[in-house]
Design a binder for this molecule. Structure first.
Ligand code: ZN
Length: 165
């Protein structure tokens, strides 16, 4: 019988330590998607604070004077409703599904707490960072930062913002 090193011997209930380490590294701060947004904002002339640990969810990019902040979310980790977000690993599917469901629930809690505290929140998704989407993203960021009210996870600028409650 042939045995290949590429063939897993048996299904695992949780990812290996090595895979966990890699996944943690992928999630860590200063991810490439976040850096893309930061560079873009910087080029647009905006200045910001990073990773305010005192705020729910330690938002990636914070504009204290404007009372606005931005999360840059990986589509997989944060369960985005897009092709990339739906791409679940074949191995340990249940493990990842429940982990991501917890992330989504936690994100919703953070969002609610931030809005309650009077912050405007924009979520920029990884799938919005493609080079061909750059003009749309630039417009989205500018609208978010310059408008008085902006919906969370905003569609492009034409939709009217929700009235404050
Ligand atoms: Zn996405």
């Amino acid at each position: 019988m042939l045995t290949s090193p590429m063939t897993p011997k048996k299904p695992e209930s949780a990812p290996s330590a090595e895979r966990s380490r890699i996944m943690r590294a992928v999630r860590s701060v200063n991810t490439r998607p976040e850096m893309t947004v930061r560079r873009l904002l910087h080029a647009m002339g905006y200045r910001y604070r990073l990773h305010r640990r005192d705020l729910p969810g330690a938002p990636d990019i914070v504009f204290p004077g404007r009372r606005k902040l931005i999360f840059v979310h990986g589509c997989f980790w944060h369960g985005h409703d897009c092709a990339r977000g739906a791409r679940a690993p074949a191995a340990n599917a249940d493990y990842w599904r429940s982990k991501i469901a917890r992330n989504v629930a936690r994100d919703a809690d953070h969002l609610a707490a931030l809005r309650l505290a009077g912050w405007d929140v924009l979520i920029v998704w990884e799938c919005q960072l493609k080079v061909r989407e750059r003009p749309a993203l630039t417009a989205l960021l500018r609208d978010f930062l310059e408008d008085a009210t902006t919906p969370v996870d905003a569609p492009p600028a034409t939709a009217p913002a929700a009235l404050p409650e």
